[in-house]
Design a protein around this ligand. Structure first.
Ligand SMILES: NC(=O)c1ccc[n+]([C@@H]2O[C@H](COP(=O)([O-])OP(=O)(O)OC[C@H]3O[C@@H](n4cnc5c(N)ncnc54)[C@H](O)[C@@H]3O)[C@@H](O)[C@H]2O)c1
Length: 249
């Protein structure tokens, strides 16, 4: 199916690493012009070089900072054209029991996952939520709260802006381990903490998924591309789990 994404201008926040990287490359393959809005310039340039020159543009952006986001939007509008699609993918968490998490980690989750969403909402929007935000995840209390708020805020804003033809939808992955080759320095998958996801832990986790495997970044791309396309122009305020049946709500 031709999704009609060729020539569209797309911003992918957190587009340098893991899921964001796969989504960025997915739009580029469809012929879209993609701007990676990320704090990790080195990793963003790496992804930029994976597509034909000029298709992907890396632009340093901190989604927690309104000025930084506005400057990126101004840059895109003046140098490429109006933004058709925003994919809200930047996110952060560390897997830890609520009572053991230091305040600095809660604050980072709220700054990136909640304020990052609020600061960037414009155009046709697909946000990467999480099944944690639908069901509440063990060791992910504040993160689950930030993702639940992305789901609820998307619905509220979808009601307000629908009359302008603007849609907001949320795609919720399950556990998708990143790899060192495709994850940037800010990625949780580059942190010491991710070493807890040993092959044995991953195998055990996979058994909780009806499809009996963990997802990959590429598993998430088709749903994002569809919801970002005009083919999905009558879908708004929806939450779609792409998680091998882990969550069925
Ligand atoms: N990987 C999973 O298991 C999983 C599961 C469910 C949901 N998600 C969600 O999917 C999204 C991507 O996850 P991932 O595993 O690819 O993450 P990741 O940590 O590998 O990548 C996140 C990217 O966001 C960037 N980033 C961090 N802070 C930023 C900021 N302030 N401004 C701009 N960019 C910033 C990082 O540099 C990195 O490139 C996140 O929203 C995450 O919560 C991931």
């Amino acid at each position: 199916m031709d999704l009609g994404l060729s020539g569209k201008v797309v911003i992918v926040t957190g587009g340098a690493s893991n899921l964001g990287r796969a989504i960025t490359l997915g739009f580029a393959k469809e012929g879209a012009r993609v701007v990676i809005a990320d704090v990790d310039d080195e990793q963003a340039r790496k992804v930029e070089s994976e597509a034909p020159s000029g298709t992907i543009i890396a632009r340093h952006t901190d989604v927690t900072d309104w000025e930084s986001v506005s400057s990126t939007v101004d840059f895109v509008e003046s140098s490429i054209g109006g933004v058709h699609v925003l994919v809200n993918c930047a996110g952060w968490t560390i897997d830890r029991l609520f009572m053991e998490k230091p305040r600095s980690e809660w604050e980072r989750e709220i700054a990136i996952d909640t304020w990052g969403f609020i600061n960037t909402v414009r155009a046709r929007i697909v946000s990467i939520g999480s099944d944690a935000g639908r069901m509440g995840e063990w060791r992910e209390a504040v993160y689950s709260g930030t993702k639940a708020s992305v789901i609820a805020m998307s619905k509220s804003i979808a009601r307000e802006v629908g009359k302008h033809g603007i849609t907001l939808n949320v795609v919720c992955p399950g556990l998708i381990p990143g790899s060192p080759e495709t994850s940037g320095r800010e990625s949780v998958w580059a942190s010491e903490q991710s070493k807890m996801f040993t092959p044995e832990v991953r195998e055990k986790a996979a058994r909780a998924y009806p499809l009996r495997r963990l997802g990959t970044p590429d598993d998430v791309v088709p749903a994002v591309l569809l919801l970002a396309s005009d083919r999905a122009s009558y879908i708004t305020g929806q939450t779609l789990s792409v998680s091998g049946g882990y969550t069925m709500i």
